[in-house]
Each structure stands twice: as C-alpha cells, then as structure tokens.
Design a protein around this ligand. Sequence first.
Ligand SMILES: [Mg+2]
Length: 234
Amino acid sequence: MIKLISFDLDDTLWDGQQAIIAAQQAMHDWIACYHPTVAENASSGRYLILRAEVASDHSSRDYDLTFIRKEVLRRLFAENAYSNSEAHAYSEKAFNVFFEKRNQVRYFDDALVTLKYLKSKYQIAALTNGNADMIATGLSPMIDYFYSAESVGAAKPDTKMFQALLSDAKIKPQECIHVGDHPQHDIFAAESLGIKTIWFNSKKKKWSEKFRPGREINKLVLLPQAIQTICGEK
Ligand SMILES: [Mg+2]
C-alpha cells in the first residue's frame, strides 16, 4: 500500500534551469550596478575559475550549493580590493539577490493542481539537490517532509535523503513512490532502496540506463494514473 509520494524539485515540479539562469542574471545585474569593476572581472570568466577553486578547496562540501556560491562571491569581492568584512557583506547581498530570483520558480503545467490532489490521498515529500526555499517557492503548505543535500550533508544519488525520509515518516520503501527527472539521482537512488519510481520525462528523452524506472510520464497530470497503476501491481 502506497502511503507517501516524494518528489524531486528542479526540472520535476518546475523549470530549474530557467530559475537558475534568471537568478544568475539578476545577481550579475546587481553587481554590475553597484560594483561595476567586480562585474567586469566576473564576466571575463573569473567567476568560473573561482568556482573551480572553491570546489577544489572545499571538496567535502560539494553538495552545499549555497556555501559554494557565497564563497565564490566572497573571493570575487576580496580580490577586487574590498576588505574582508566588505567582501563578506557584499557576497551576502549578491547571494540574496540570486536567491530571491531563484525561488521565483515557474511551476510546470498541472504541477500545483496535481500536488493538491495527491496531498488529499498521500503524504508528500520533497527531496532536492538544489537550494530552493520551500516558503519562498510557495511549496511548503503542500509538503509534509523536506530534505535537501544541504540538510542531510549529501547530494543524490547518495541515498541519505531517502533514508531520512523513510525513517522520519516511519514507512517501508515499498510504501513510497519517488518522482523525478534524473535517471541516477532520482530513479537509481530510490530503486536501490526498494522505493518504486516514476520517471518524469517532460523532454521525451531516450532512456539509456541498464536499470529501469517503475513508470514513465511526460506530463504531471498523468501522475495519479501512473501511481494507480503501480498500486495495482503485485
Ligand atoms: Mg531534478
């Protein structure tokens, strides 16, 4: 018997790529307006170099996208003749601009109505490698459990988020269905614990892994039917 449906967020409930691109642009516009020299250096590719340096210096925190982004910004300000405290303060401000926009997500068609329907029948969880905020995205009234790479200290396909969910919700793997767009992060990780899966394939990509998802849908409106089908399987 299925008791809980868990969802990936970026590119499953909303267009994650669009949200990140818009947020990066807003952040860059803010830096260009208030700190033009920093913006000039950032756009010359320095941002990407710093990102690689931060990733290498803090490889054990590679799952923590908020930390990485703030540290890149702090270094960017620091190397442009700002004091340590200024670099810290401006990196926080620039990140806040990014984060506000990052949470103005465009939900996919039928995402909210489908979630609302499923919420009336099942418990709902969200498991994300990203750093979207549940209140700012408006998702919090619709979910019972929320886990992020930041909150558990590991990104999918590590199974920590799934294990935390099963433990907190006091359910068995076979009482849960996970829905996500990523073959490894969502389908492989969940299936490895015995959680049934639905691959959300809105771009109609070809499946190229050796393992298989439980079901596949290309529109969220098809989700209740896919769940029903899984419930009917022995
Ligand atoms: Mg995703």
